[in-house]
Ligand binder design. Structure first.
Ligand SMILES: Cc1ncc(COP(=O)(O)O)c(C=O)c1O
Length: 434
């Protein structure tokens, strides 16, 4: 299929943009040394991005694991424009509401697992996880168990960087110099249900509010769990009255080949957090879906016991309208099934690298994958591979020794092959004589 390349918008020259950027724009995970020669993105279509210098890149990570339906979808732009003309924003605090948010919450109730039907909207992943953490504590208070406050998360888990989410995030790089962290957060080894049970017993189940986990760890390096892990986690959480929060911020909306990541193991959480793929990044939106049991407790309190949690942009009508248009695309184009089919192909291509001397391990599920290099096999390791892949027209990210991939669910088959070919050739070309 020929891809139409939109005409470049009028813009400043690259050098002028970078000068202004370096003078005025503080970036996520900022260090000036990482920003000497930035890519300045200008346009996108499907799984392809172009920068202001006209260079073409395959979007190897759906930008930040979020552009599931691909770039340049005019129907999402039209949905935003229609809603902005009608009512761009409205207060949605209790006592007021709006139609796109109402119908989106109802639509999500038909997409979430049985028994999860009540959504609170946020504008992103960290806000969703903070909401879930606060709600878990609030719930136990209402149940007469205010000492249940501890939040358990997994080593290498990434849950965002607001205060609460940062404390749950258990990637060591995110904590130094931001302390003190909020109390009552604990981390356990990621893939051991026995370790979770041991920690709950050691801490005292009467002090543990919730366990939070990504179905497939993403930013930590793409780690799918053993098949029995989440079923056992569910049992343990039930046994000790610990709420199970699923952080589906990456894995939701089809990424792994099922609509939700936890559906891979038929496990239902008590609170489901989402963001990213709900709008494919076209506007910021996230949310938490509560179990009926939690909702019933929240809804049956006397008037003075309000759930005093709120964001100005909760239930933002324009963001919700765009989410509807995004879900329309996912459904009409069968993108969840496509992720399963193309995901198998991606995993097959990555598996071919398993025996390469520079490769230690390949991992993945659906359209999420990682290639971990042998330490020392390539000078500069995964960072050097990602830099060279960028020069060869694939844009992605890495963690430690792992190159990570999560292309848009719409990536064309030949683009997926190109992505895998560039990765394989780069690893081969940069490998020292092993
Ligand atoms: C699993 C997971 N949870 C939460 C977040 C935080 O989302 P946000 O950056 O929208 O706050 C991320 C972001 O990458 C994520 O991958």
């Amino acid at each position: 299929m020929a891809i139409e390349v939109p005409a470049p918008a009028e813009s400043l020259p690259y050098e002028a943009l970078v000068g202004l950027d370096q003078a005025h724009l503080l970036h996520p995970q900022h260090h000036p040394a990482d920003h000497t020669d930035p890519v300045v993105f200008a346009r996108g279509r499907g799984a392809i991005l172009w920068d202001v210098r006209g260079r073409r890149y395959i979007d190897g990570l759906s930008c930040l694991w979020n552009v599931n339906v691909g770039h340049g979808r005019s129907e999402l732009a039209a949905a935003a424009a229609r809603q902005m003309e009608r009512l761009a924003f409205a207060n949605a605090y209790a006592g007021s509401s709006n139609e796109p948010a109402i119908t989106l919450a109802a639509r999500l109730a038909g997409l979430t697992p049985e028994g999860l039907r009540t959504t609170f909207f946020t504008t992103g992943g960290a806000e969703s996880n903070d909401t879930a953490i606060k709600t878990a504590r609030f719930y136990w208070h209402l149940q007469g168990r205010p000492e249940k406050t501890k939040i358990v998360s997994r080593e290498d888990g990434y849950h965002g960087v607001t205060m609460g989410a940062m404390a749950a995030t258990a990637l060591p790089a995110f904590h130094p110099r931001f302390g003190p962290l909020p109390p009552d957060f604990r981390h356990v080894p990621a893939m051991s249900a026995a370790a979770l049970e041991g920690l709950i017993q050691d801490e005292g189940p009467e002090t543990v509010a919730a366990f939070i986990a990504e179905p497939v760890q993403g930013a930590g390096g793409v780690y799918p769990p053993p098949a029995d892990y989440f079923p056992r986690v569910r049992e343990i959480c039930d046994r000790y009255d610990v709420l199970f929060i699923a952080d589906e911020v990456i894995t939701g909306f089809g990424r792994t080949g099922t609509f939700w990541g936890l559906q891979q193991w038929n496990v239902v959480p008590d609170i489901l957090c989402f963001a990213k793929g709900v709008t494919s990044g076209y506007l910021p939106l996230g949310g938490v879906v509560l179990s009926d049991a939690i909702r019933d407790v929240l809804y049956s309190q006397p008037p003075e016991v309000k759930w005093m949690h709120a964001y100005t942009y909760s239930a933002h009508p324009t963001c919700c309208a765009v989410a509807h248009a995004n879900l329309d695309v996912i459904e009409r184009e069968g993108l969840v099934a496509r992720a399963a089919r193309l995901g198998a192909r991606l995993q097959g291509r990555l598996a071919e690298l398993r025996n390469a001397p520079a490769v230690r391990e390949v991992r993945g599920l659906g359209l999420m994958g990682a290639v971990e290099l042998e330490p020392g096999a390539i000078p500069g390791s995964a960072g050097a591979v990602v830099a060279e892949m960028k020069r060869r027209g694939v844009f992605t990210r890495y963690r430690n020794d792992s190159v990570i991939l999560a292309p848009p669910l719409v990536i064309a088959e030949n683009e997926l092959e190109e992505l895998a070919d560039v990765l394989a050739a780069t690893v081969r070309d940069l490998s020292t004589s092993l």
